[in-house]
Write a protein that binds this ligand. Structure first.
Ligand SMILES: O=C(O)CCC(=O)C(=O)O
Ligand SMILES: [Fe+2]
Length: 390
C-alpha cells in the first residue's frame, strides 16, 4: 500500500526539505501519463434532485496495472509503479487520499510554497518558452528598455548595481490581448504569431491552476462564497527573467552570488518555472532551503496579498535567487494580482477576538510602489507590515 501511496496521483507528498508536491491533474498511469483524467466534481445548485448513472471500466481484482515498455524511454521515464486498481480505490477512500487539499492548505500556511507537478503545459511549449526567452534577452539593451511602464514592477528591470546578474522583462495585464501584442512588437515590430501562441499555451493552464488553488484555499477556510471577490478583479503579470552565469562565479557552495535578494512577493500567487538551472531558495525559520524545480514542475508561492487577505493565515515566504556557476539561469514568473484600483480587504469571517485584524485596507499597486521606494528598498523582508500593518 505504501508504494501505491508514493506514486498515486492526486496525493500530496512532502518532499525532502518540506516543500510539498501537488499533482493536481490525475494522470492515466497505464499510458505513463500520456492521457489525462481530469479532476471533476458535482455541484448541486437547484432544488431538484440529480440522478446519474455511471459505467466504470476497471480491471479484475488481482490484476496489476503496468505501463507497457514501449511507452517508457529516456524522454518518458517510468512515472508509475505497478499497482492494483482496488489498492488505488482503497487509498482514495482512506484518510491519506481524502485529506490532500487540507494538506496542501496546511503547507501553504506553514511554508507558503509548493512544487506543483503540472503537465498541462506540454514540454515542447515550455521548451519553446525558454528558447524564445533566451532570444529576447539577446536583444540590445536599448530594445529591452522599451519595455517600460509608469506602474511599478510592470516593465523592464535590470542594470541594478547590487544585482548585476539580474534582468527581467514584463508583460503586464497578460489576459489583455493588446498588452501581449505591445510586448511582442518591441522585439518583432511586424508581429510574431508564434510568440503570442506560445505565451498563451504556456499561461492559460497556469491561469486555470491559479483559480483551482484559490478555490481550494477558500474551501479550507470555509469561505467558498468569497470566490468572486478573489476571481473578479484577477489580473496577471508575466515575467521573463535572466540571471547571467559567469566563469568568475565558482560552483562552490560558499561562493554563490546574489541573483535576486531576499524578498516576499506582493501579489496573491506566483508560478515559477526555470530552465534546468537551480537557484531559487525559500527561507524557513532562518534557514535557506533550495527549491529544485523539475522540467514539469512549478514553484508556487503565496504572496503578501494572500497573507493579508487571509488575515495572516497563509504564509508568504521570504525567497531569493543565488547563482553558482557558468550557466545562465532563465526563469518565468506568472504573478496573480488584483486589478489596479481594487482594494484588498480581509473577509470579516476571518477576524474575531482570537484573530484581530492584522492589516489595513490597501491597493496592491500601492504595496508595489512602496516596495520600490527608498523606504521599502531598505527592508524588503517586511514590506507588508511596514506598508499596511495595523
Ligand atoms: O527567478 C526566480 O526563480 C524567482 C524570481 C522572483 O522571486 C521574483 O521575480 O519575484
Ligand atoms: Fe519573488
Amino acid at each position: 500500500m505504501d508504494e501505491v501511496k508514493d506514486t498515486v496521483i492526486g496525493a500530496l507528498k512532502a518532499n525532502l526539505k518540506g516543500v510539498t508536491v501537488l499533482t493536481p491533474v490525475v494522470e492515466n498511469a497505464w499510458t505513463n501519463g500520456r492521457l489525462h483524467f481530469p479532476v471533476h466534481r458535482v455541484e448541486i445548485a437547484r432544488e431538484r434532485d440529480r440522478y446519474s448513472i455511471q459505467l466504470f471500466s476497471l480491471s479484475k481484482l488481482g490484476h496489476f496495472i503496468e505501463v507497457p515498455k514501449e511507452l517508457v524511454d529516456e524522454e518518458h521515464p517510468l512515472l508509475f509503479k505497478p499497482y492494483e486498481i482496488l489498492g488505488l480505490f482503497e487509498l482514495g477512500t482512506s484518510q491519506t487520499g481524502y485529506k490532500d487539499s487540507s494538506d496542501l492548505f496546511k503547507a501553504y500556511c506553514e511554508y507558503g510554497c509548493f512544487e506543483a507537478i503540472f503537465d498541462k503545459v506540454p514540454n515542447e511549449i515550455r521548451e519553446g518558452m525558454f528558447g524564445i526567452s533566451k532570444e529576447i534577452f539577446e536583444f540590445p539593451l536599448e530594445t529591452k528598455l522599451k519595455n517600460i511602464s509608469e506602474k511599478p514592477m510592470h516593465g523592464y528591470m535590470g542594470m541594478i548595481p547590487q544585482l548585476p546578474l539580474y534582468e527581467s522583462l514584463c508583460i503586464p495585464d497578460l489576459l489583455n490581448p493588446q498588452s501581449l501584442e505591445t510586448f511582442a512588437n518591441i522585439f518583432w515590430p511586424h508581429g510574431n504569431h508564434h510568440f503570442r501562441n506560445l505565451v498563451k499555451s504556456y499561461s492559460n493552464p497556469l491561469v486555470e491552476l491559479d483559480e483551482m488553488l484559490k478555490r481550494m484555499i477558500l474551501e479550507n477556510l470555509g469561505l467558498k462564497n468569497h470566490i468572486d471577490e478573489l476571481m473578479n478583479p484577477n489580473y496577471f503579470l508575466f515575467r521573463f527573467t535572466h540571471y547571467k552565469g559567469s566563469s568568475i562565479i565558482s560552483g562552490d557552495e560558499n561562493n554563490k552570488t546574489a541573483g535576486l535578494g531576499g524578498h516576499t512577493d506582493g501579489n496573491f500567487l506566483t508560478f515559477i518555472s526555470q530552465n534546468q538551472v537551480n537557484g531559487l531558495q525559500i527561507n524557513k525559520n532562518g534557514e535557506w532551503i533550495d527549491v529544485n524545480i523539475s522540467p514539469n514542475s512549478y514553484a508556487v508561492l503565496a504572496g503578501d496579498s494572500f497573507k493579508a487577505w487571509t488575515n495572516g493565515r497563509l504564509h508568504s515566504p521570504l525567497h531569493r535567487v543565488t547563482i553558482a556557476g557558468e550557466s545562465d539561469r532563465l526563469s518565468i514568473q506568472l504573478f496573480s494580482l488584483s486589478k489596479p484600483g481594487h482594494f484588498i480587504e480581509t473577509p470579516k469571517e476571518l477576524v474575531d477576538e482570537e484573530h484581530p485584524s492584522l492589516f489595513k485596507l490597501y491597493e496592491m499597486l500601492g504595496l508595489f510602489e512602496f516596495g520600490t521606494s527608498q523606504t521599502g528598498y531598505r527592508d524588503p523582508c517586511n514590506l507588508l507590515k511596514a506598508y499596511c500593518g495595523v
